[in-house]
Structure formats: structure tokens, C-alpha cells
Write a protein that binds this ligand. Structure first.
Ligand code: SF4
Length: 427
């Protein structure tokens, strides 16, 4: 379940069933104001709810004053080792300060930071990393790294509570995906505070995204985790935000922008679908609405698998077809498929989210589909459907759901999130 308690970072609710917040971290030298503010604006545009900046020097703490004032999203100061920087970050107006109570110089110094945070009403994030556990847990770390992480986190939670401070969230990060999953599951059962999730030093855009999707996706599907950060080895922090959104969208926890679905292709493919899908994905970035766009590599399946898509294309060697919600719209030469697809999408918005259908064009498209469809071919999709039906002990595949009516408002808005204790939201 989502955490019981909720905190607010700036205006962003964290925990207590609030939508999972997307966070990232700038990669610039914080005091380099131009570069830092550019990056903050880019990540905010990409959908970050919160941004963290490193504060390792006095000049970074000084720069925070302006950054906090100018940032379009709440700013979290990331502090290690130096409690005076944590105090300065709080005084600079940081919306939250992240620190590891184990490396800040002892309980007295943690107490001083907590006292100032309390006076200002600023939340803290208590971070525990597998690489920097307190000395008394190092041995346990070798024999049981999960228990060591949880014990460290619980120790810091007790320290906060002993200071009558509860305005905090907790993170336990590890480079190990299984340890991250196991430790967060264990901790979520023991404390009511919001949890920040991440796989530390996850890796490159490719491997790091996958590791994060597996680790964070597993926890989020359990209802654990209130804010997430994808740590990728890239200077472009907005890439982390995009990956975070894909994970949340895949779990139907939040919604932002179009959803592109595309078949995996196979030997029936007769056009350059790689290029077409990449172009569609890139052009869809200009749209904010959560429309679903489908690309099928061939029409042998008909368009049954894509009947829920708001718009889609399927192609053959020279000619292809555009469809909407299971119904053909028009056939067009393959080289014009993408442009015509976007013309239809734009027409839909211009008509107030109503699919505009020319009956003559639709009839020609239906005829093309009838020529190209092969209802007897054992395509990957049909085989998968048969296997699924067999697994369910059914003799026939279930009837697909009826397509949404043209212009029907926000299908996804009406769905409850399948993840326990969550509201489903759109960015
Ligand atoms: S049979 Fe399926 S996977 Fe193969 S190209 Fe056609 S739609 Fe794509």
C-alpha cells in the first residue's frame, strides 16, 4: 500500500495515496546558474514534479536562493557530510533537504538540521545508501544486505522521531535490484512515512532504464513508493524524467502525453517500420493529450489487435491504411502514411476531439483491408491469443471490448488505478 503519511515538498504532495511524483537531479555545477536553470526548465517541461540539486560548496548554497525563486518546480537540496550546508540550504528556501544522517557528523548535527527544518516547516529526505551504511552495520551488510539497509533506515527514523520530527520521507538505495525490492518491501511494512524509490548508479540509458523499470516497477505495482528517480549515466536529466513517466504510464499510475503501441514486426513486414515508428514517436512528442496511436506492420491480422487505439496505421508494400478505433479511415500510399496519420490526428482535435470520417475514403480503405487481411494466418498476435485462451481453459478467445465511441472523453480518466491505494492522474 502507499504510505500512510503524507508530506508536502513545495506544493507537491508525497505519500498518503497521492500520485507518484517524478523526480530527477540536475547534472550541472549548481552555482553555474545559467546551465542549472536551463536544465531545471528542461526537466520541468519533460514532466518532473521535483528537482534535486547537489549542494557540495558554499557557492551552491548561495545560488540556491535564486534557483528556488526561479524554478518552476520545487527544489530539493542534496547534502552530504556538511551540516552547515544543510542549514544554509534550508535558509535559502530549499523546499526539501536530502541528507544521510549517517554521514553528517553525528546526532547533534542532525539535531541542529532537524531543528531548523522544524522551524521553517521544511521536509527532509532521509537517505540510506548501500555504499554508506553506519559502521555498526557493515558486518551485517556482508551477510544480509537487505536487513542491513532496513536496520539503517529504521535507526534514522527512530532518530527523527526522538527529535519529534515526522515531516520526512525515506529512501533506501542499492545498486542491486533484488535488494532494493526486498528492502523497500520490508521497510514499507514497518513505517508509515513516504518512500522515495531509486536504483542507485543504475547505468546507461539502456541498462539503467531496464534495471529501474524492473526494480521500481515491481515495487510500484505492489503499491510501494511515493516518489521516484531514475538514475542514468547521461548529462541529459530530462531522459531520466521520460523513463520515469514510461514506467508510471505502463503501470497506469499516471498519464502524460500519447501512448504509442507498435507490433514487434515479423517476416510479414513489407515496409520500413523502424523508421516509421521512430518518426511517429518523435512527432507525438508535440501532443499533450493521452491519445493511443498504434502501428501494425501488416494488415494480415486485420486491425483487431489495435481496435482500442484512437488512431493507427498498417502498411503493405506500396499502400497502407489509417484507422481509428477499429474502423478504417482511408488508404494512402506508404510514403505518405505518417503525414496523413498526423493530418487525421490534427483534424480530430480541430473538430473538438471527434473523428472525422469521409465515407468514400473509408469504403476504399475497407476494400483494401479485405484484400490484405488473412484471417487464417497464424500471426504472432493470433498465436498469443490462442495460447492465452488455452491457458484460461477457454475454447475461444474472449470477445474484444467494444471500441470507445468517437470523441468519447478521456477513457483512462475513468479508470481506477489497479495499484492499491492510488489515485490515477494525468500530468
Ligand atoms: S503479423 Fe503481426 S507482428 Fe508480423 S508484421 Fe504483421 S502485425 Fe506485425
Amino acid at each position: 500500500m502507499a504510505s500512510q503519511r503524507q508530506i508536502k515538498v513545495g506544493g507537491v504532495e508525497i505519500g498518503g495515496g497521492a500520485p507518484v511524483a517524478v523526480q530527477t537531479m540536475t547534472k550541472t555545477e549548481t552555482a553555474e546558474m545559467g546551465a542549472t536553470m536551463d536544465q531545471i526548465r528542461r526537466v520541468a517541461e519533460a514532466g518532473a514534479d521535483l528537482v534535486r540539486v547537489a549542494v557540495p560548496r558554499e557557492k551552491d548554497a548561495e545560488a540556491l536562493k535564486t534557483i528556488v525563486r526561479e524554478s518552476p518546480i520545487p527544489v530539493i537540496a542534496d547534502i552530504h557530510f556538511n551540516y552547515t550546508l544543510a542549514l544554509k540550504a534550508l535558509d535559502a528556501g530549499a523546499h526539501c533537504v536530502r541528507l544521510n544522517p549517517g554521514n553528517i557528523g553525528g546526532p547533534d548535527k542532525v539535531g541542529a538540521v532537524v531543528k531548523r527544518a522544524q522551524e521553517l516547516g521544511t521536509p527532509l529526505r532521509i537517505g540510506v545508501n548501500s555504499g554508506s551504511l553506519p559502521a555498526h552495520l557493515r558486518e551485517l551488510e556482508f551477510t544480509n544486505p537487505v536487513e542491513a539497509l532496513v536496520a539503517a533506515a529504521l535507526g534514522f527514523v527512530e532518530l527523527m522521531e526522538s527529535l519529534q520530527f515526522t515531516n520526512f520521507k525515506v529512501s533506501m538505495k542499492s545498486t542491486s535490484v533484488p535488494n532494493t525490492i526486498a528492502s523497500n518491501r520490508m521497510l514499507a511494512e514497518k513505517i508509515p512515512y513516504p518512500l522515495h524509490l531509486g536504483i542507485t548508479e543504475a547505468g546507461t540509458k539502456w541498462s539503467g532504464s531496464l534495471k529501474s523499470a524492473v526494480g521500481l516497477g515491481t515495487l510500484l505495482a505492489d503499491g510501494i513508493g511515493d516518489t521516484i528517480r531514475i538514475s542514468l549515466s547521461t548529462f541529459h536529466a530530462e531522459e531520466e524524467v521520460k523513463v520515469a513517466w514510461e514506467i508510471l504510464k505502463a503501470l497506469k499510475l499516471r498519464e502524460r502525453g500519447p501512448v504509442l503501441i507498435a507490433c514487434p514486426t515479423c517476416g510479414r513486414l513489407q515496409f520500413d517500420m523502424d523508421t516509421v515508428v521512430a518518426e511517429i514517436e518523435q512527432r507525438l512528442e508535440a501532443y499533450e493529450d493521452p491519445i493511443e496511436v498504434s502501428v501494425l506492420g501488416c494488415a494480415v491480422n486485420g486491425i483487431g489487435e489495435a481496435r482500442h487505439a484512437d488512431f493507427g496505421i498498417t502498411g503493405a508494400k506500396d499502400m497502407g491504411m489509417i484507422y481509428s478505433r477499429g474502423e478504417p479511415l482511408k488508404k494512402v500510399p506508404t510514403e505518405r502514411l505518417v503525414d496523413e496519420l498526423f493530418a487525421e490526428i490534427d483534424r480530430y482535435y480541430a473538430a473538438g476531439k471527434r473523428v472525422v470520417r469521409d465515407e468514400a475514403d473509408a469504403a476504399a480503405a475497407r476494400a483494401w483491408l479485405a484484400e490484405n487481411e488473412d484471417a487464417t494466418a497464424m500471426t504472432p498476435e493470433r498465436l498469443a491469443a490462442l495460447e492465452a485462451a488455452a491457458a484460461d481453459g477457454e475454447e475461444e478467445s474472449p470477445e474484444p471490448a467494444a471500441p470507445a465511441a468517437a470523441g468519447a472523453p478521456g477513457r483512462l480518466d475513468e479508470q481506477a488505478s489497479p495499484v492499491a491505494g492510488r489515485r490515477f492522474t494525468r500530468a
